[in-house]
Write a protein that binds this ligand. Structure first.
Ligand SMILES: C[S@@+](CC[C@H](N)C(=O)[O-])C[C@H]1O[C@@H](n2cnc3c(N)ncnc32)[C@H](O)[C@@H]1O
Length: 537
């Protein structure tokens, strides 16, 4: 552990603490050996079983156009379940764990075990076959399991934990008792972290003996990040041995002795939903500063404007329903677009509009993704992405170094690229994109302002990256800047010209339909802050 230690976090149990002052550019901890991990069953054919390289990650699929480098996955001829990006990964996995589980997977074919069972089964077989390093078994089995809470809550969750424990006991023929196995499933349920792509798309779950000591805060000071390695020409999802699978990065400077915290849940949700989530899934009540502040604001709103408070609860309900529907096909994209657009519109038209208010951030983000579907309305996706970048980002993230904020900006730049005539990575045969670019112009953003904003967002995002530890994204931004195709002189003319800047801002207000007053209040402070920051880089 680099500059961090496990310590007593009072009523929260153990926690992680900084042993020195930590600047934002530091990497706090890295690992490329996750203690327990499994890829979701639905993603098994898309990601390497050993290094989690992706063959078709959902978000990035379109990202690098022709340059995207797929990892070609070959299926294990024994079990036909695990897929590997190369011989090296296959050999490593065979030695580490696959030798023992492969036989079990083969016997069960065509049934594929759920990810939780594969995760615990693999760990158990490593233990039973003497393949775990000293202390790892006790490090994991001594973690808070909340088994009594889960048993008391009962229901389908408890039933499924018991069934999974029984099945694992039977398949493994282990000497470890059933109760310990059940505890392991509870530990994974309560402490498991999401294994994801760099863009945050979930692909599995993992447990790491150090990271699982991090306690929760809705305004955490660290983030768990899965880097995407790049070279000059495209993404390389494959990780070489010297590179980490997971990194722990600071979101702001952290003082010596401060506790490291991260958000276990979607922190943009309303405080009442966050508390429900934390109580149901993690069995505690959050008392962080953000919860105290948000609860005060909610209480005040209920007493001063009960109609609005009620209205907001209805919007949250509506967005939650659609986001839930979108998780499981068959779903209708167009009806979700209609419902989410209507919530976004009414929220924006409210006099007390605050872009941080749940469900606005979640609705705009989902709408952006839905509009990108099949490139059907990239122009609308651009508008959503811009709202997310200019209005929502500054309002919900207490720090610019959130990987989500940076990767959202990188995504937005790619949406710009799709609509930019002068940037031509794709054969421009799609007349829909040409028509959509025209629609952006008709809505008020001229070609010059379009280019100005594309460049401006690129430069500002690059500045965030230079100040943070998200170094793997530098190459992506460098390439992006080149692709905008401006020489140094033209670059300064665009970004530093007051006239172009004033015009660009005016046109952006028109595109996003934001009044000047709202722009000055909600967008201006952040624009000023990033400009100051850029000057410091
Ligand atoms: C991943 S573990 C964190 C490490 C844990 N404190 C330990 O001692 O092993 C998650 C559990 O820690 C406790 N916890 C985490 N954050 C907390 C918080 N902000 N307040 C109270 N309890 C918390 C809860 O019991 C939660 O289920």
């Amino acid at each position: 552990m680099q500059g961090i230690r496990v310590g007593n976090a009072a009523s929260k149990g153990q926690g992680l603490f900084a042993c020195r002052d930590i600047p934002t550019r530091a990497t706090l901890y890295t690992t490329n050996e996750l203690t327990i991990a499994a890829i979701n069953t639905t993603e098994l054919s898309n990601f390497c079983y050993s290094c989690y390289a992706g063959s078709q990650p959902s978000t990035e699929q379109w990202y690098n156009f022709g340059q995207y480098r797929d990892a070609e996955l070959k299926v294990c001829s024994g079990c036909q379940v695990a897929r590997f990006c190369g011989e090296r990964c296959q050999k490593q996995a065979w030695k580490k764990n696959h030798k023992h589980e492969c036989k079990i997977f083969k016997k069960l074919r065509p049934k594929v075990l759920p990810e939780q069972v594969r995760a615990i089964l693999t760990f158990l077989l490593q233990h039973d076959n003497g393949l775990l390093a000293d202390g790892v078994w006790s490090d994991i089995t001594n973690v808070m399991s909340h088994m009594d809470d889960l048993r008391a809550a009962g229901g389908d969750t408890w039933m499924s934990l018991m069934l999974m424990a029984k099945a694992t006991h039977e398949y493994s023929q282990t000497k470890v008792d059933l109760n310990t196995l059940l505890k392991l499933f509870c530990i994974l349920k309560v402490n498991g972290m999401q294994l994801s792509t760099t863009y945050g798309d979930p692909i599995g779950a993992f447990l790491d003996t150090t990271l699982l000591k991090i306690n929760h805060s809705c305004d955490g000071n660290v983030m768990v990040y899965r880097p995407t390695y790049t070279n000059g020409t495209g993404w390389i999802h494959r990780r070489s041995d010297d590179k980490a699978t997971i990194r722990l990065l600071p979101l702001r400077p952290i003082a010596k002795g401060e506790e490291l915290t991260t958000s276990y849940i979607e922190f943009t949700k309303h405080v009442s939903d966050r508390q429900k989530n934390l109580q149901n899934d993690y069995f505690f009540t959050c008392t962080c500063g953000k919860c105290t502040k948000d609860a005060d604001v909610a209480k005040k709103l209920s007493s001063t404007d009960p109609t609005l408070a009620k209205q907001q609860a209805t919007w949250r309900e509506e967005v939650n329903t659609h986001l839930e529907l979108l998780k499981n096909p068959p779903y209708t994209i167009s009806s979700s677009i209609t419902a989410l657009t209507s919530v976004v519109r009414v929220m924006e038209s409210s006099l007390s509009f605050n872009p941080a208010d749940d469900p606005y951030p979640r609705a705009v983000h989902e709408l952006k993704l839905l509009h990108m579907d099949n490139h059907k309305s990239v122009d609308q996706a651009l508008i959503c992405g811009l709202k997310e970048h200019l209005l929502i980002g500054p309002a919900i993230y207490s720090s610019p170094y959130y990987s989500t904020r940076v990767t959202n900006a990188v995504y937005l730049l790619q949406v710009f690229a799709l609509l930019d005539d002068s940037f031509n990575p794709l054969p421009r045969q799609d007349p829909r994109l040409v028509a959509q670019a025209k629609s952006i112009e008709r809505k008020g953003l001229s070609k010059k302002s379009f280019k100005y904003w594309r460049l401006r967002i690129c430069i500002h995002t690059r500045a965030y990256i230079d100040m943070a530890a998200l170094t793997d994204l530098v190459e992506v931004l460098r390439r992006e800047q080149v692709s905008i195709g401006l020489d140094r002189a033209a670059f300064h003319e665009l970004v530093d010209s007051e006239a172009i800047k004033t015009q660009g801002e005016k046109e952006m207000r028109s595109l996003l339909d934001i009044s000047e007053e709202r722009w000055e209040m909600l967008v201006r402070p952040e624009l000023k802050r990033v400009e100051d920051e850029r000057d410091r880089v």
